[in-house]
Design a protein around this ligand. Structure first.
Ligand SMILES: [Zn+2]
Length: 260
């Protein structure tokens, strides 16, 4: 075991900022905020969205500037059951829930998005995946193995969703279940964004924050709060890097320690 664990640049914690779905505000507002202090994020594109396709050139340019452009599938299917329980019907944007997927269907789904990204954004052997709606199983009863197999054919690591305050332990991380803290806090409160980062410092861990829109047309997070978080990270003992970069670092460190 690598003890004590070390992060690059003598940082006391790693932080990855992730942004799901591909809202235009992420190009217009989140990226400039990050780049103002030379940071890079991970943007998981729901590639079936019309506005994502329309701005493919902007997403490609972001990839070239060092942001990670990750896979968030074509159709963004989640589990239907929570919606059926709460509302008695599926949301309009999810006509086909994961319960109805076969192993071949999920493989086709992940592959189609991986192909679109390779062709329109550019090849990236380290590109990671984010499970839409944080749902990790197809079929009924739930089958995680087939979904994971489809992801692993194209990606070495994947992020799951959105609880508050969880931190990944680099010595125990499951690369297909990289946990994230919910970054969507309506009303501009920055404390819930900074808290998981400080928790990561306390334990030498890896915090991953999951945002959707920043300011603009879909302000799940106010831009001022986003800027305050970035200033905190820039001034603090953090290594801020895309998910793929931190995951590869952790993987390499663990492999080296096993060889010793
Ligand atoms: Zn999503």
């Amino acid at each position: 075991m690598p003890a004590p664990w070390t992060w690059p640049n003598r940082a006391r914690a790693a932080v990855s900022l992730t942004y799901d779905d591909g809202d235009g505000s992420l190009i217009n507002e989140a990226m400039p905020d990050l780049e103002a202090v030379e940071l890079r994020g991970t943007f998981y594109l729901h590639v079936g969205r019309g506005d994502v396709k329309q701005r493919a050139a902007d997403w490609q340019a972001a990839h070239k500037r060092g942001h990670e452009i990750g896979n968030h599938t074509v159709r963004h299917a989640g589990r239907g059951e929570p919606y059926m329980k709460a509302y008695g019907k599926l949301p309009d944007w999810m006509p086909l829930p994961l319960e109805k997927f076969t192993p071949k269907m999920i493989d086709d789904e992940v592959t189609a998005a991986a192909d679109w990204l390779r062709e329109n954004i550019g090849p990236d052997p380290d590109r990671t995946f984010a499970y839409p709606c944080g749902a990790v199983a197809i079929g009924d009863p739930p089958d995680e193995k087939s979904y994971d197999a489809a992801v692993l054919r194209h990606h070495f690591a994947a992020r799951v969703g959105g609880a508050d305050g969880c931190v990944n332990d680099p010595l125990a991380v499951n690369f297909l279940r990289i946990a994230s803290s919910n970054g969507d806090h309506y009303g501009g409160d920055v404390a819930p964004l900074i808290k998981p980062c400080e928790q990561a410092v306390a334990v030498g861990g890896w915090a991953v924050i999951g945002f959707h829109g920043i300011g603009g047309t879909n302000p799940t997070t106010e831009r001022a709060a986003h800027k305050t978080l970035i200033a905190h990270l820039h001034a603090g003992p953090y290594w801020v890097a895309p998910v793929k970069t931190v995951a590869r670092y952790v993987q390499t460190m663990l492999e080296q320690s096993r060889k010793k």
